[in-house]
Design a binder for this molecule. Sequence first.
Ligand SMILES: Nc1ncnc2c1ncn2[C@@H]1O[C@H](COP(=O)(O)OP(=O)(O)OP(=O)(O)O)[C@@H](O)[C@H]1O
Ligand SMILES: [Mg+2]
Length: 328
Amino acid sequence: MNMKIAFVGKGGSGKTTLSSLFIRHLAAAGAPVVAIDADINQHLGPALGLDEDQAAALPAMGDRLPLIKDHLRGTNPRIASAETMIKTTPPGTGSRLVRISEPDAIYDACARPVELDGGAVRLMVTGPFTEADLGVACYHSKTGAVELFLNHLVDGPGEYVVVDMTAGSDSFASGMFTRFDMTFLVAEPTRKGVSVYRQYKEYARDFGVTLKVVGNKVQGPEDVDFLREEVGDDLLVTVGHSDWVRAMEKGRPPRFALLENGNVRALETLRDAADATHRLRDWERYTRQMVHFHLRNAQSWGNERTGADLAAQIDPGFVLGESVAAPA
Ligand SMILES: Nc1ncnc2c1ncn2[C@@H]1O[C@H](COP(=O)(O)OP(=O)(O)OP(=O)(O)O)[C@@H](O)[C@H]1O
Ligand SMILES: [Mg+2]
């Protein structure tokens, strides 16, 4: 199955930990994976075993927006320049589409291979967030680079994109939160953990976002009961404290094959749940949502900022999908 998966949740809930375990799980099964760190706190590299220097040397997508835009617009005549391309500018005829397992200039510029037990994945990072990145109508938005990437991505069978993401307003103002086949909301069994779920659910409701809660740091049946009461059937699975994770955090990662059985089963549940959303995939809706958010962003700030009528960037007959021909 081909899947785009996001991990979201409150700060400190375990987004990075669970995304990194899930990425290791997929890699160990031999699946091609693009891992993306789009969180405010950039910790996915270290969670995948990079040391400080290696993590610091990762190229930031946020610093390469002009290159990304110029590349993705390809020969699309509706997009006159990279300067008029905003984070929501949708692809059209002539745009360059990216595939997970094929070479691409974006990977050359922004991705680095990370060796894991059983396989390598490609890691891309937005780069550290600044104050300005957290604004709602942000032109130079760091996550904008990821949104553009996802909007030009045609993922094929058996391939995965896993994004470690914040649940902040940035992803709701743009269409970022609608770009995933599956969104895993990581929640500790606390009122705060659950309140982030409620907010997300509210935004997600009108857009057909598939949202499942992954309980984390769950210590016993009372924690499970609490989550069940608060989120109902949206609770997919719960994860307890992991000694494997703790050892990794000490810089002594055991072999991944030594991850606790219960946690391996939880990861299998995540993969099955993600794979099962494949039948819900609807490229027309996916394209329509891009257009929706693009028009909203164009009106609220994009037209004014770029001095162009950004609605004209929309290619009315274009539907993204696996059958769209690759441009010459
Ligand atoms: N299941 C677990 N077992 C053991 N330790 C865990 C587990 N889940 C999370 N942790 C630890 O809790 C801390 C916070 O987790 P993590 O960094 O994954 O959260 P986050 O949601 O990504 O946080 P941030 O918002 O800061 O990015 C880390 O030190 C992590 O190792
Ligand atoms: Mg994190």
